[in-house]
Design a protein around this ligand. Structure first.
Ligand code: HEC
Ligand code: HEC
Length: 201
């Protein structure tokens, strides 16, 4: 799927879910972790297991990573289409609650079909472009020190969009080594890598 098509899909989803999700935060004072996290479900799926294709699953994300990503969305050091606006609607305390909730949810692999030939090409790139040194276990690793979330079994459309974003926008907190390597890759390479990580179940 092309970048523009995915972006349109994301935007269509946002229009449908955005109003509801944003208005849900108004009277959140004293709400339970689950109630707060429920406003994320419109896009990220029940308990953070996304229905895809362009929105990432966040179930099982370590709480330090989720909290830190939300802070970065808020201060715009993490570029986004919608998450910056959403993150601004929550206090630090609420973000800690939401992060604790998603950490407890079970990761579920994508149901998206992946292309075997593309995944094989992606596996080669994962090694030759040295993604492997940081994204261990074929992308299943999370690293809460550096906000590295799991890529294995993630939606391929969402992985592709993330890589496009690293190529196109400034990410002051992401490793320069990775950005440099990603910028040298073609669109076909990015699709291959997305298929590879998504197929790791
Ligand atoms: C209106 C749809 C929508 C809602 C509601 C929403 N998100 Fe998101 N989320 C997105 C999109 C789209 C992205 C990709 C980044 C972007 O373009 O904003 C994303 C990305 C993320 C990421 C980054 C994942 C990664 O691996 O890089 C996290 C974390 C996240 N959202 C958490 C949340 C939490 C927590 C909530 C509820 C407080 C929430 N989101 C509500 C649409 C949404
Ligand atoms: C030096 C270590 C390092 C290398 C090398 C590296 N990465 Fe990363 N990667 C990270 C870290 C750390 C993050 C989290 C960065 C952030 O957004 O704050 C990340 C994030 C990502 C994400 C987003 C995951 C998510 O859910 O938010 C993708 C996709 C990704 N890397 C793909 C790649 C690919 C493909 C390569 C090889 C071309 C690569 N990385 C090489 C460390 C690395």
């Amino acid at each position: 799927m092309g970048h523009r098509k995915i972006r349109n899909l994301v935007l269509a989803g946002l229009m449908a879910a955005g109003t509801m999700a944003l208005s849900g935060t108004a009277d959140a004072a004293g709400a339970s972790d689950a109630m707060l996290a429920n406003t994320c479900a419109g896009c990220h799926g029940t308990n953070g297991v996304s229905g895809g294709p362009a929105i990432p699953s966040i179930a099982g994300m370590k709480k330090e990573i989720l909290f830190s990503m939300m802070q970065q969305f808020k201060d715009q050091s993490r570029p986004s289409t919608i998450m910056g606006r959403i993150a601004k609607g929550y206090s630090e305390g609420e973000l800690h609650q939401i992060a604790a909730f998603f950490e407890k949810q079970k990761w579920v692999n994508t149901t998206a079909a992946t292309d075997a030939a593309m995944a094989a090409k992606g596996a080669k790139l994962h090694k030759s472009k040295k993604c492997k040194g940081c994204h261990e276990e074929n992308g299943a690793t999370q690293d809460s020190e550096e906000n590295m979330f799991r890529m294995a079994g993630q939606w391929p459309g969402s992985l592709y969009l993330m890589m496009k974003n690293y190529q196109a926008h400034d990410y002051p907190n992401a490793p320069k080594k990775m950005i440099k390597r990603l910028k040298k890759l073609s669109d076909a390479d990015l699709h291959a890598l997305a298929n590879f990580y998504a197929s790791q179940k």
